[in-house]
Design a protein around this ligand. Structure first.
Ligand code: 5GP
Ligand code: ZN
Length: 114
């Protein structure tokens, strides 16, 4: 999508601090980190949010979580733990309308979220 920030990041038109990239996905550090480790994983194709995922996206989602687990091992937060969050819509706190998974780690995270 032409006016989508994360499509531009996925296409390399806007720079990002990349942690992982392949044909399907990009992982990069959040510009406003909320934990010592805070990165985002996005599909390269534009999907507005998790609310529009279908059964056909199963392989993509499996890949997302496999990449998250691999990065968390590499970043040394697999044993201490981490949180994966995807915000949906206004009440969910979604500010960028391109599906993304936040991964937060290296501090104790409160529950329930605010
Ligand atoms: P949301 O609020 O939609 O769940 O999350 C969007 C996230 O994208 C926020 O955590 C925000 O800090 C991050 N973000 C917004 N613009 C940029 C950017 O240009 N670069 C990077 N790396 N992160 C961004
Ligand atoms: Zn997009």
């Amino acid at each position: 999508m032409d006016d989508c920030l994360f499509c531009k990041i996925a296409a390399g038109q806007i720079p990002s601090d990349k942690l992982y990239e392949d044909d399907m996905l990009l992982a990069f550090r959040d510009i406003d980190p909320q934990a010592p480790v805070h990165f985002l994983v996005i599909p390269k194709k534009h999907i507005a949010s998790a609310a529009v995922l279908t059964e056909e996206d199963g392989a993509l989602l499996g890949h997302v979580f496999a990449v998250i687990a691999k990065l968390c091992r590499e970043l040394g937060c697999d044993e201490s733990g981490y949180r994966v969050v995807t915000n949906i819509g206004e009440d969910g706190g979604q500010s960028v309308k391109h599906l993304h998974f936040h991964v937060l780690a290296k501090r104790s995270l409160a529950w329930p979220p605010g």
